[in-house]
Every structure is written in C-alpha cells, then in structure tokens.
Write a protein that binds this ligand. Structure first.
Ligand SMILES: Cc1cc2nc3c(=O)[nH]c(=O)nc-3n(C[C@H](O)[C@H](O)[C@H](O)COP(=O)(O)OP(=O)(O)OC[C@H]3O[C@@H](n4cnc5c(N)ncnc54)[C@H](O)[C@@H]3O)c2cc1C
Length: 438
C-alpha cells in the first residue's frame, strides 16, 4: 500500500461519509479507507436501529441531523438512490410531567424551524385505539411506576433507513472517485514521529515537534502506512489507538440491544403496524413510551416491529471494547422481564409477542454532553462520540471532517448551511448538552 495523503481508519457511517467528502473536495489526494471487518458498515452502523430525527434539545444536534436528513432525502428522492428511507415520523408519548418538561425544548425547536406537532391525548386514543393511556387502579402499572399518557409530540420529518444501503452508497462513490479501500485490515497503532527527522535513535524527543507519521497495520494489508493526515473514525473503539499515543478519545461504550417480533401472527399487531393518519405510508411512526425510553418501530417489508429500550442505569460503560461484537449478545430474558412488561402495559397486543430475532451493538457516548465531536490534533482528525445517533448526523460530520482537513473555519453542510468547524471540537467547543437521548 505505501504512502497516502490521507488514511481513514474505520468504515462505519462516520468513516465512509468522511471518505466521500474528503475525496470529493480533494480529488487529487490519495486516500485510503481501512477497516478490520470485511466490508463497510459491519461494526455498530450495521447493528443499529438506523432511525433518524431532527428533534433534539440541542440546537447543534438539530442542525447536524436536519442537514443530514435533507441530504439523505435528496439522495433517495432526487438522485433515486435507494436508501430504504421511510419518513414514518417519531411519536413521543408523554406523561403530564414529561409534557411540561419538554415545553421549552419544543419551543426551541419551533424557533429553529423544526417541524414538531403536539398531539392531545384524545386524538392519540382515536388514532391508536389499542393503546392504554390510563392505568386507573392497575396494580401492575403501580408496581412498575408507569405514568398515564397525557399527550404526545410528533416529528414528521423523522424516519428510518437501511444503514447497509447508506454506507454502500458512500463507499461506492468514494471508490468511483478514485479512493482506495483495505478491508480485513487492522490499524495496530499510530506511528508518532518528529516533524523533522534528524536520524537520531529515540526520536521524537520532547524538544522536537511531533506528528502522526502513519499507522502500523496487520491483516490482509500488513505494513507501515505513512500519510500526511490520519482520520480516526473508530466509533466505540476510539480509545484503542488514541490512548497509547497519549490522546483522550472522549468515548465510552455501552451495550444496546434490539429485538424483533413478528406482527404477522397477530391481527392486533398487524393493525397497529398499519396505523393510518401519521404519515403518507399508512404506517405507525416510531413510538417512544413514557417509561424507560422503551421504543418500537414498524419494519413494514418484513411485517415486524423492532423494539429497544433506553437502558442507562446499571449497564456498565466499556472503555476498551473487544473487537468481536458477538461477545455483546442480546439477552432474551432482558426483553421478557424488563422491556415487554412496559411495552405490553401500554400496548397489550404485544403481551404474547415472542422474540423472532435479537442482536446488540455498542453506543459510543461522549459522556461530556452527548453530542458528537470532530477535533483535530496536529495532523490527526478524530470523529466520533455520536452517543447513539450517528447515522442521522453522518453526512454533516463527514463534511466537518473535510472542513477540518482543509483548515476551513466553517463547514458547508448540505442545503447551504454554514457551520463552525470548531463548534464540536474540544479546544473551542460551543454546544449545549443534549437532553433528548434515547
Ligand atoms: C442497537 C443500536 C441502535 C442504534 N440506533 C440508532 C439509530 O436509530 N439512529 C442512529 O443514528 N444511530 C443509532 N445507533 C448508533 C449508530 O449505530 C452509531 O452512531 C454509528 O453507527 C456510529 O458510526 P461509526 O462509524 O462511528 O461506528 P461503527 O459503525 O462502529 O464503525 C467503526 C468502524 O471502525 C472500525 N475500526 C475501529 N477500530 C479499528 C482499527 N483499529 N483498525 C481497523 N478498523 C477499526 C470498526 O471495525 C468499525 O467498522 C445505534 C446503535 C446501536 C448499537
């Protein structure tokens, strides 16, 4: 492989979007994208729920996701690239307390031009007759401290897509523009060297300026790769390369699980899946319940629901995750004893819904403020910290990586949106903590 202008480590959504924008704006540069898996998107991107929303409490998250969604819509609707994208919407079902607490966020979104609708309880009951909004004297609900549903908040621009199709688009375009890829290739370590090599044993010394000279790889392409710039898009594995080089990776991983159940064996679930009046597709939106962030979405082509849960407390952070994601397996008992009781209390049709398939992956949290970061340290650019919503911000982050590479003060996000490159860095970070994490 030899010498490149830019080496990108990690071919999840962050890496492929960065590769695409870097190559598009710097066509003369030799760029290689490497990943230890055999194809793009085989890490957490491929295991994700791949939902997108522009409804965040943080104005920065709103901009990053809104522009990314616009780009994905442009790809599918105008360029006719099939991303499996369906704008089904997000529906938050809320207790009275949650409705009051979300008031300020909703106003903020409206001010920023984010389309968001409040739906009164009676209308929700009309649209979803199978939903239980009031528990009255239910012992079960009292035991689980389940609040009544007093209303809802609906984001119509939100939806779902197919993450494999998305990463394949970016990777394919990157290759078409002349980029190179190396799969089954592990980046073992960053090579730190002096900016001006003197040929003395033991360089770099503290009195020398140092830089990242490249990376040492193993696997299908095992060699020393030198490059002018290294981009790390390693997701949950970010600390692995950075910490030995003395750089804070700013991520901590947590296991996240997804369970799919079939709607085809139950008339009630089938009807719920095809709930009308929320979107032109005649499908139920992604629904988020008022307890523990339990949420579910329709997967219409399979006739399934995918179900997940917030799972914050008592789920350990993993600082240096294993390479093998199979070690973070989904737990059937967790669905049966923790998730399903909440789900079936609000939507009793799920009571006997058995798990058809389940899997898990890792969220990579930026524990500081739950927003992603792009920061540059000399000739090293690091993108990550998506905190569970990286697919929906992937395109914007790829553009910010490119702006950071070219030392531009502002990145040009899709739709002619100007965004300060340093805003989500660490030197001059200028964001509010995200409060709407699910
Ligand atoms: C269950 C679940 C549900 C989710 N739901 C959503 C959702 O609805 N919407 C949303 O937007 N996001 C969601 N996410 C989060 C989303 O998956 C992530 O934000 C996104 O995939 C992060 O992309 P990435 O490119 O940073 O990481 P990854 O996709 O994990 O890619 C990182 C890549 O780097 C490679 N790599 C790392 N270190 C090295 C190395 N040293 N050498 C070579 N290769 C290396 C890995 O092999 C991997 O392919 C979910 C995640 C999970 C687990």
């Amino acid at each position: 492989m030899g010498r490149y202008d830019i080496v990108i480590v990690g071919a999840g959504i962050m890496g492929v979007a960065s590769a695409f924008h870097l190559k598009r704006n710097n066509p003369e540069k030799r760029i290689v994208l490497i990943d230890r898996f055999g194809a793009p998107g085989q890490g957490n991107t491929g295991r994700s729920n791949a939902m997108f929303r522009n409804t965040f409490s943080s104005a920065d998250n709103q901009v990053l996701s809104n522009s990314t969604i616009d780009f994905y819509l442009h790809l599918q609707d105008e360029l006719k690239v099939d991303l499996g994208l369906q704008q089904i919407g997000y529906l938050w079902l809320m207790s009275g307390e949650q409705l009051s607490a979300s008031e300020a966020f909703v106003k903020g979104m409206e001010r920023n031009g984010i389309e968001i609708r409040k739906l009164p309880k009676e209308e929700l009951k009309r649209r979803m007759p199978g939903m239980v909004a009031d528990f009255d004297s239910s012992e079960e609900a009292r035991l689980m401290t389940l609040p009544n549903i007093e209303g809802g908040v609906f984001g119509p621009k939100c939806g779902r897509l197919d993450p494999d199709k998305l990463v394949r688009y970016y990777a394919h375009e990157f290759l078409r523009m002349g980029g190179s890829v190396a799969f089954n290739t592990n980046a073992e370590r960053l090579l730190v060297g002096p900016s001006n090599r003197l040929g003395i044993d033991g360089e770099p010394f503290v009195w020398q300026d140092s830089r990242i000279e490249g990376i040492q790889t193993s696997g299908d392409f095992s060699e020393t790769l030198t490059s002018e710039t290294v981009v790390l898009a390693c997701g949950a594995w970010g600390n692995e390369l950075l910490e030995p080089a003395g750089i804070d990776g700013h991520v901590s991983a947590k296991k996240r699980q997804l369970f799919s159940v079939s709607a085809r064996r139950s008339r009630g679930l089938e009807e719920l899946l095809h709930t009308k009046n929320f979107n032109p597709l005649g499908l139920l939106p992604m629904v988020i319940l008022p307890k523990s962030g339990v949420h579910f979405k329709p997967v219409s082509e399979e006739g399934d629901f995918w179900i997940a849960c917030e799972d914050e407390a008592n789920r350990p952070f993993i600082h240096l995750p294993d390479h093998d994601l199979a070690l973070y397996a989904a737990e059937q008992e967790y669905y049966e004893r923790s998730v399903n009781p909440i789900l079936s209390a609000y939507f009793p049709e799920f009571r006997n819904a058995k798990v058809k398939a389940m899997w898990a992956g890792l969220y990579s949290y930026n524990t500081l403020d739950n927003l992603p970061f792009v920061f540059k340290q000399k000739n090293l650019i690091i993108v990550g910290g998506d905190s569970g919503s990286g697919i929906m911000k992937g395109d914007s982050l790829g553009r910010i990586v490119d702006a950071a590479y070219r030392d531009e003060e502002e990145a040009s996000l899709y739709g002619d949106v100007r965004y300060g490159t340093s805003k989500i860095g660490f030197g001059r970070r200028d964001v509010e903590r995200e409060e709407w994490v699910i």
